[in-house]
Design a protein around this ligand. Structure first.
Ligand code: URP
Ligand code: ZN
Ligand code: ZN
Ligand code: ZN
Length: 464
């Protein structure tokens, strides 16, 4: 036969337009987009559905080493199964370098964890926590040359923080090698100062996590990262921007013509610091402890402004799942003594797209085109994933079929991740991904994951 698969009668949506058309697929690639395609071995009826580029989540943490006695709730199998059910075909996790260890060995180790287990495609970033001469002089340049063209650095956390001098040195390597640096902008010293003061006052409940990392702390670090990037002349991506203060720094940088990209996440348009307050149960606020923390409700409008106006290029989950009711998760013995020991991060790999679709498209805040850019196309362009992020001839047939009118209530029992809760329990959405197709094969359908582990590939990126 001419075609392996035809997706018929849907509305094909890209970052540029929406057209009613059939999609023809052969050998995993899109080979035709036309009014009416005949002669396919298999057909999917997409009448009444939207055919969107499969979601790309360029900021997820999977199976990361998370400190003594703390275990992440997802391995590569469960995280990518959840991703598939949530309308995604590609995720970008991090290979985490522990300080004092080899960056290349970290990359090999995380590839090993992913190999043969993934339901969606995977492309790896790195986390660089060590700016020693061997890393800056040899390992990092050689890994970027091998196609690891993006990596994250941190301005906080004891185990990860880089000094300003180290940041500049790392930025300089990125500039020379043509890599994109993702920066976690929160100031280490300010957080330490505020945390110590709160603990002296006995304010140790999960809620005080938010008090210990106010917007000023994020704004200051964002400004510092932008200034360092301008000094060195390197592009940066400011990840998980949480509110107006940091966003205005990004806007300022972009207006100056600096290559500063920005990302935001579902938590910053839906959750607030109030969610960190214990609701009836002691430590229940721990379910919402992530960094930066969710802000005030007014902050949601600021983030929408940035999503609409294009300050933000990507909308990612920052999926970083820990079980709640588990001594190896949020409720470690030490975590119960103070917010400062509660592992940071929340699950969201499966709920990112329904939340953006519902709050954005269904509520009329953004167009379908903007949704596609924020959820897929821009991730592919910015991180150098050719053949991904659009529905066009020659591209991989990574497609999510959406029912734009389907009402659903997010509940833990319908999700596929390894966490034992969702921060969005009871959250109502309009619009739902009903079928996910990876390189021409259905991997999730009607709430069930039907692909096989190993169907997702670990992608090699081309050096920039
Ligand atoms: O709290 C968070 N976001 N944990 C994940 C790690 C990070 O900083 O992105
Ligand atoms: Zn064939
Ligand atoms: Zn971060
Ligand atoms: Zn993160």
């Amino acid at each position: 036969t001419e075609l392996d698969l035809a997706i018929r009668g849907g509305t094909v949506v890209t970052a540029a337009d929406s057209v009613r058309a059939d999609i023809g697929i052969r050998d995993g690639r899109i080979v035709a987009i036309a009014d009416r395609l005949e002669g396919a071995a298999r057909e999917i009826d997409a009448t009444g559905l939207l055919a969107l580029p499969g979601g790309i989540d360029s900021h997820v943490h999977i199976a990361q080493a998370a400190g003594t006695g703390i275990v992440m709730a997802d391995d590569f199998a469960s995280a990518t199964a959840a991703a598939a059910a949530g309308g995604n075909t590609l995720v970008m996790p991090f290979a985490l370098q522990a300080r004092g260890t080899s960056l290349r060995e970290a990359v090999q180790a995380y590839r090993g964890l992913a190999e043969g287990r993934c339901y969606v495609d995977v492309a790896m970033h790195m986390i660089v926590s060590d700016a020693s001469p061997g890393v800056l002089g040899q390992e990092l340049p050689s890994l970027v040359k091998d196609g690891y063209t993006s990596f994250k650095v941190f301005m906080t956390y004891d185990d990860l923080v880089l000094s300003d001098r180290e940041l500049l040195q790392v930025f300089d390597v990125a500039r020379r090698e043509g890599a994109l640096v993702m920066v976690h902008c929160e100031g280490y010293d300010a957080i330490r100062f505020l945390t110590e003061r709160l603990e002296r006052e006995g304010r140790t409940a999960p809620y005080y996590h938010a008090v210990s990392r106010p917007e000023i702390v994020e704004r200051e670090a964002a400004h510092r990262a932008i200034s360092h990037a301008e000094l060195v002349d390197v592009p940066i991506m400011i990840v998980h921007v949480s509110g107006r203060e940091a966003m205005e720094q990004v806007r300022w940088a972009q207006a100056r013509g600096l290559k500063v990209y920005a990302e935001t996440c579902p938590q910053y348009i839906t959750l607030t610091a109030e969610d960190l307050r214990d609701a009836g149960v002691e430590m229940s606020g721990a379910k919402y402890v992530c960094s930066p923390p969710p802000r005030e409700a007014e902050s949601h409008a600021a983030i929408w402004e940035g999503l609409v106006q294009g300050v933000f290029q990507t909308f990612s989950s920052d999926h970083c799942p820990f079980r709640y009711d588990d001594p190896a998760g949020k409720l470690t013995p030490r975590g119960r003594t103070s917010f400062r020991w509660v592992p940071n991060g929340i699950p969201g790999i499966e709920t990112r797209l329904p939340i953006l679709f519902s709050e954005g498209v269904s509520k009329g805040r953004i167009s379908l085109q903007r949704f596609v850019e924020l959820s897929s196309t821009n991730h592919a362009r910015i991180y150098g994933l050719t053949r991904k992020g659009s529905i066009a001839v020659g591209y991989d047939a990574d497609i999510a079929l959406w029912d734009p009118t389907r009402r659903e209530t997010i509940r833990q029992e319908i999700l596929h991740h390894g966490a034992d809760y969702t921060p969005w329990e009871g959250f109502e959405v309009v619009g739902w991904p009903v079928t996910t197709i990876l390189r021409g094969e259905v991997i999730a359908e009607a709430g069930r994951v039907v692909g096989t582990p190993g169907q997702g590939r670990i992608l090699d990126r081309q050096p920039r």
